[in-house]
Ligand binder design. Structure first.
Ligand SMILES: *Cc1c(COP(=O)(O)O)cnc(C)c1O
Length: 497
């Protein structure tokens, strides 16, 4: 299996090369040149395996340049009970009739990003060895809150790597900020940006392709890579849990083998829902993929009209990890839907960079709505939904997951579609205790972060994740806050260039 750049189909690299590089030199994203298939028999058999072996099965189709022993080394180390709260790694809760929550947040940082970022360091160091890269790998991360911490936990003290994380100073929850600024490890750095997530992401992308920095890095025997979902090594692990969840639903006799399900995903950078799309293309029976946004609803408009237009106000919401106006992974979907038309992709994404807008052809619009539905939800409906499912089902969910539940309820009311449905539950409610408590109790809690955790524990009955409770006794290590135009200098200084 080789990987091509979405902006130049003649670039063809191994998975080890794609993972090490993160992004193609032409600014395109790496995509597998064909999508491997899985049979229903194979999916059903997965149900009797543990999560690590399920992951091995999926990766062996994508990482064909890795040996079996190398893939096992990665999966066994990442998907182990020493990193996750549950032996099963993910958990499925039956919310109401035919509606299931796929809880992806039982890892060390309490968000679904752990599912990929626990394994990415193993993929990356293994890949570097395979291509005989004898350089230090510097991971640059732009985060809307959850990726940063998950990447820091994954890469802390990993030999041969260094990691720098940029987050929007006003754009993350207080728990997210506390998680990042208290991070330990010798090879980590964290920096706040006076700007929003798109500023962080654009800054990081510009540094990746800055020739001055690149040659300075080269002289010091360093190379950049990415832990954002532009890296294929982030996406592949996300395909695993959709296939795995389908197998579990069959095993638990919630669905019959071959029965179609809907999948609802609270979406920001379009990584998580793209992974579900890949799972569908591989053979998981999926009816609709439902893309749920908060009021930064650029994707809702795109799926419904075929026009992507980021020229609009940016809102800080109570689901901050989805406060994004430039969804990078859409580029991969459009590459697939245009049958690998790299010239067309380049044109659209150049337009996005220069005018902030592009419109796809009627043919692509049709293909889009074949697979996808989209909707969005504002903050007051998000909170009302948390309140509603708490009082009806005694289930406490976080703000991002609530966006997905609300958009799904709207979809169901509109279409009367009774297909069984899997909703991606992307964060622990403890990560957003203030909004969750406000939603459930109807008033903004007058407590500090740790009192809120205790209080939410009393209300939800869910165990408090140890990693969050432990933050109380940690000291803040990172205080820096800079203008977005100073990111390049910060990187130069931090790396001693
Ligand atoms: C990152 C994140 C999302 C959005 O996922 P994408 O892959 O960027 O679409 C949703 N919810 C939570 C809690 C997140 O951390």
């Amino acid at each position: 299996m080789f990987y091509k750049s979405t902006r130049n189909s003649s670039i063809r690299v191994s998975s080890a090369q794609a993972i090490t590089q993160g992004i193609s030199a032409d600014g395109g994203l790496f995509v597998p040149e064909s999508i491997p298939s899985v049979s229903m028999d194979e999916i059903v058999k997965l149900a009797d395996m543990n999560y690590s072996d399920r992951a091995f099965f999926v990766f062996s189709k994508f990482l064909t340049d890795f040996s079996d022993a190398e893939i096992h080394y990665c999966t066994d180390n990442a998907y182990s009970i020493k990193n996750f709260e549950t032996e099963d790694i993910t958990q499925i809760s039956h919310l109401f009739d035919g509606t299931y929550m796929l809880e992806l947040w039982h890892g060390p940082t309490c968000a679904f990003k752990d599912m990929a970022l626990q394994i990415l360091p193993y993929f990356l160091t293994t890949s570097a060895k395979k291509i005989k890269l004898d350089k230090k790998i510097v991971i640059l991360v732009a985060t809307s809150g959850d990726t940063g911490k998950a990447a820091l936990e994954g890469f802390k003290d990993v030999e041969g790597t260094q990691i720098l994380v940029f987050y929007p100073e006003q754009g993350v929850s207080s728990m997210q900020k506390r998680q990042m600024t208290t991070q330990d490890g010798k090879n980590v750095g964290v920096c706040a940006i006076k700007g929003n997530f798109d500023d962080c992401q654009n800054g990081v992308k510009a540094i990746f392709t800055d020739n001055e920095i690149k040659s300075a890095l080269d002289r010091k025997s360093m190379i950049f890579s990415s832990a954002n979902s532009i890296n294929w090594g982030r996406l592949a692990p996300q395909i695993v849990y959709y296939i795995s969840a389908y197998a579990s639903l069959v095993k638990d006799e919630q669905i019959t083998a071959g029965e179609k399900i809907n999948i609802v995903v609270p979406t920001g950078n379009f990584g998580n829902i793209l992974a579900a799309y890949y799972a569908k293309q591989m053979g998981v029976p999926v009816n609709k993929l439902i893309c749920a946004s908060n009021i930064n609803n650029v994707l809702t408009d795109f799926i419904n009209t075929g026009i992507y237009d980021r020229n609009r106000s940016f809102y800080a919401t109570c689901s901050p990890s989805m406060d994004i106006l430039i969804s990078s992974n859409l580029e991969r979907l459009l590459y697939i839907l245009t049958n690998g038309d790299d010239v067309q992709i380049k044109e659209w994404f150049n337009m996005l960079a220069t005018t902030g807008r592009y419109e796809v052809t009627d043919e692509i619009k049709k293909l889009l709505v074949n697979d996808f539905c989209a909707g969005f939800c504002n903050d007051s409906d998000t909170k009302a939904t948390i309140h509603d499912i708490y009082s009806k089902y005694s289930y406490t969910c976080d703000t991002h997951t609530a966006v997905a539940v609300k958009v799904y309820n709207d979809y169901k009311a509109k279409t009367s579609d009774n297909t069984k449905t899997l909703i991606a539950s992307t964060a622990s409610p403890y990560k957003f205790s203030s909004s969750v408590l406000e939603a459930i109790e109807g008033k903004i809690p007058d407590m500090d972060e740790y009192q809120m955790i205790d209080h939410l524990n009393g209300i939800s009955g869910y165990d408090v994740p140890e990693s969050l409770a432990a933050l109380k006794n940690k000291t803040k290590r990172f205080n820096v806050s800079i203008e977005k135009d100073d990111m390049k200098n910060f990187v130069l200084q931090n790396l001693g260039l």
